[in-house]
Design a protein around this ligand. Structure first.
Ligand SMILES: Nc1ncnc2c1ncn2[C@@H]1O[C@H](COP(=O)(O)OP(=O)(O)O)[C@@H](O)[C@H]1O
Ligand SMILES: [Mg+2]
Length: 267
């Protein structure tokens, strides 16, 4: 990793150490070691099949892997996927995954289960703490639903939504979990330029107000370059480079493997 004399290195929120995964002998990730700085947007880029989604699956606890991942100094190894969500790791998927037979509001409310403690039993027996928490969860769900511009669709079935709106609901649900880390897997796919700018502006605003760190997998290089403050490049399961956007854009190995000469010229 490069150091910049004019920049104070932020402490890492997430540390990957020698992370590796194989599928039937295919090395999907090999010896991946880098730190994700606290706050702002870190992008993970690379060609199709480079291992970006696999990396997200390792971080969110869906895949078993070699090596270690630490969240703010705490090892995640022994935490299952839902425990990692409660620890503050949220994500969206390359194809949005919603509860299609539930309405939009319930989908977003589901995100709050990461931090509510009382559960339905508490609400049913009417404990004050449970009722207070339930109110707070509903407020938080409304707040994020409104922020993504879908308050008026709260009662619609998620399965009836168009793609861009599904993406928004998924982001609202992830934000409602009050994440410390939000992983976004190709959030701009299927959105217009204006829609994806809007979505990323919303995420940037959330980062500023809460200190949340986002990890963005995205193919739109221009979008990555204007959004990310730190970039990791994967190629065929290996870490090719890490650095600031201007360093990545000028890195000959990255240009050769992924960006192409146009990107360098455009920079
Ligand atoms: N569950 C799986 N079973 C078998 N192979 C997988 C699985 N998940 C990912 N892979 C393989 O791992 C490699 C990386 O895939 P992926 O992480 O989806 O790439 P990216 O998201 O960068 O396009 C690919 O060769 C892919 O086929
Ligand atoms: Mg992928």
């Amino acid at each position: 990793m490069s150091a910049r004399p004019d920049a104070i290195a932020p402490r890492p929120i997430l540390s990957l150490r020698a992370v590796g995964v194989s599928f039937r002998g295919v090395r999907a990730l090999d010896d991946i070691t880098f730190d994700v700085p606290q706050g702002g947007v870190t992008a993970v880029i690379g060609p199709n099949g480079a291992g970006k989604t696999t990396l997200f699956n390792c971080i969110s606890g869906i895949y078993r892997h070699e090596g270690d991942i630490e969240l703010d100094g705490d090892a995640l190894r022994h935490l299952r996927a839902h425990q990692r969500t409660s620890a503050g790791i949220a994500r969206t998927f390359q194809t949005p995954t919603l509860l299609d037979t539930e309405d939009v509001f319930q989908n977003v409310l589901a995100g709050t289960q990461a931090w509510t403690t009382s559960g339905l039993a508490g609400v049913l027996i009417g404990s004050r703490k449970a009722r207070r928490e339930e109110r707070e969860a509903r407020d938080v769900a409304w707040q994020h639903l409104t922020a993504v511009g879908l308050a008026e669709s709260a009662g619609r079935l998620a399965g009836a939504l168009a793609h861009a709106d599904r993406r928004r609901v998924e982001v609202a649900r992830a934000l409602a979990s009050r994440p410390r880390i939000l992983m976004l897997d190709e959030p701009a796919a299927g959105l217009s330029a204006a829609e994806s700018d809007e979505l990323l502006a919303l995420i940037a605003a959330q980062s500023r107000t809460t200190g949340m760190t986002s990890i963005l997998v995205e193919h739109d290089v221009a979008l990555v370059m204007r959004t990310a403050r730190w970039i990791a490049v994967l190629d065929a399961g290996k870490l090719l480079a890490t650095g600031y956007p201007d360093e990545i854009r000028a890195n000959p190995a990255v240009v050769a493997a992924y960006l192409g000469v146009d990107a360098e010229v455009a920079a």
